[in-house]
Design a protein around this ligand. Structure first.
Ligand SMILES: [Zn+2]
Length: 176
């Protein structure tokens, strides 16, 4: 762990054909470059905690476990969270260009703009007889998973949905 201030935003600098080329473009923590050859291959990041390492987020399901990238209104989101197992152990969410830290640094987290108009749509899509996860709802409504998750948590707070417990934690159903 370093003593530098962690990045709070992603700066997408552009795209490159190969990882080395992408890595050479990175200058500051939070800088990011997409690697694209025909298809999206990966997102290369200068680790936002300032440790100086390069993180490779695989976006190609043919190459193994893949993250989902959303590009909406010029901002990127990545699902699920990015978690570095070794080294600095950075763990964070990328949501509309914001970096939300999990655990360490999370006191400074600032969520991106959010439109509560999606909540009635999320409620409509939510079954009342079984628990579903935010990714399922997001896919159905073409939402960023983090937005769907926030809508679901707000619906719970408003008494319109409930979250499961135990092995159903993180999944939701509509209340009658
Ligand atoms: Zn790091």
């Amino acid at each position: 762990m370093t003593t530098t201030t962690p990045a709070r935003k992603i700066h997408l600098l552009g795209s490159a054909s190969y990882r080395d080329e992408a890595e050479a473009m990175l200058a500051a923590p939070g800088d990011a470059v997409l690697v694209e050859r025909g298809l999206l291959r990966s997102l290369i990041l200068c680790c936002p905690d300032g440790c100086g390492e390069t993180l490779v987020v695989n976006l190609d399901p043919r190459a193994g476990k893949a993250w989902r990238l959303y590009q909406r209104r010029g901002a990127i989101s990545v699902y699920p969270s990015v978690w570095r197992d070794g080294g600095c152990e950075s763990h964070f969410i990328v949501w509309k260009d914001r970096i939300l830290w999990c655990g360490v640094f999370n006191e400074g987290n600032e969520e991106p703009d959010y439109d509560p108009a999606i909540e009635p749509l999320v409620l409509d899509a939510l079954p009342a007889d079984r628990f579903v996860d935010p990714a399922t709802i997001a896919q159905q409504l073409d939402l960023i998973v983090w937005d769907a998750g926030k809508a679901l948590r707000r619906l719970v707070a408003h008494g319109e949905a409930r979250e499961g417990v135990g092995s159903f934690k993180g999944t939701f159903e509509r209340l009658p």
